[in-house]
Design a protein. Structure first.
Length: 332
């Protein structure tokens, strides 16, 4: 006896579908299928396009952000004897560090300043032993800032100036022009050393700019201090007449008044050209303001005569002491 499932299958097997009905059914299915698939394909295309656009935007933002981050917008130079430069981006983050001499290389090899804020980089540089060994009361830091953004440069100037004041030495920080910076870098040196070398070459004609640049920064400043103590680039140095004094050519001790008899003295005394009194002349030296006790003449400017010496008939009662620079009042 057959099961219900077998009887149901046999019943459907007996049903015959006309051929034309089958064809029409298949055709209808095919007609309905294109109306659904293009929409699905279109949605898929749009989704893929949107995803690709998002990836592209992220890539562009990432590349652009990296470009902005890595772009050097300002430079701070630090010259003691170690000379180095820190390149900063617009966020005052160090993106480059360059040594300008061997001492600067020693400093940068001992600290890692890349990716640090400028404040952190300054502390790392100025506290490392390779830099500290050059600090002292006679040391001088010449720092400079160059950049296109005035606001950023002003901020860096203030930060650097405060950092210099916290160190046990003197120093200065200046804002320099791109033209001056380019000129200095063409010689492979920092701006401070370049400017100081120009000053020294001008003061000493026997030295060329290249000769001056071969000196260390302290030596350049010391030489300037000897040749021109008033120059702002100079440091006190061991000149022949003491620290920071120029060589003595004898002109500093020369009397400016021409030698000759003093007014009111009838030839009893004559000052020599060195400003010292002549023991044989019996008169105070012009410009000395003091008399010769052996000669018997009163000191210029004392206003009193010596009763034991001098010629009372010569009309020399003693000068009034109003001469220039302590002299006997000789006209200049």
């Amino acid at each position: 006896m057959s099961t219900p499932e077998e009887r149901l299958r046999m019943a459907f097997d007996a049903v015959k579908v006309p051929g034309d009905l089958r064809q029409r059914t298949l055709a209808q299915i095919e007609r309905n299928r294109p109306a659904v698939r293009p929409r699905q394909r279109q949605r898929l295309v749009w989704r893929l396009a949107a995803a690709a656009a998002a990836v592209l935007v992220i890539a562009l933002l990432g590349w652009g952000g990296h470009s902005v981050y890595a772009a050097e917008t300002a430079v701070v130079g630090i010259e003691l004897n170690p000379a180095l430069e820190l390149g900063l981006n617009r966020f005052n983050i160090v993106v480059n560090a360059r040594a300008l001499n061997l001492e600067g290389e020693a400093v940068l090899s001992s600290v890692n300043v890349l990716g640090k804020s400028y404040d952190q980089a300054w502390d790392l540089v100025t506290t490392c032993p390779a830099f500290q060994s050059f600090l002292g009361e006679e040391s001088f830091i010449d720092a400079y800032v160059v950049g296109a953004d005035n606001q950023q440069c002003t901020q860096l100037l203030a930060t650097t100036d405060a950092g210099i004041r916290a160190l046990p030495c003197a120093g200065v920080c200046n804002l320099v022009t791109p033209e001056l910076y380019t000129a200095a870098r063409s010689y492979g040196v920092g701006v401070g050393r370049y400017e100081a070398a120009l000053v020294l070459a001008d003061l000493d004609p026997t030295l060329s700019l290249t000769d001056c640049l071969a000196f260390s920064m302290p030596e350049i400043r010391q030489r300037i201090g000897v040749l021109d103590p008033e120059n702002s680039f100079g440091l006190p140095g061991p000149g022949p007449n003491g620290p920071g004094q120029p060589p003595n050519n004898g002109s500093n001790n020369k009397q400016q008044n021409p030698p000759g008899p003093s007014p009111g003295n009838t030839g009893d005394s004559v000052g020599d050209d060195t400003g010292n009194s002549n023991p044989d002349a019996g008169s105070p030296a012009a410009g000395s303001g003091s008399g010769n006790p052996d000669a018997g003449n009163p000191a210029a400017g004392s206003g009193s005569s010596n009763p034991d010496a001098g010629n009372p008939d010569a009309g020399n009662p003693g000068t009034s002491g109003t001469g220039n620079n302590g002299s006997t009042g000789n006209p200049r």
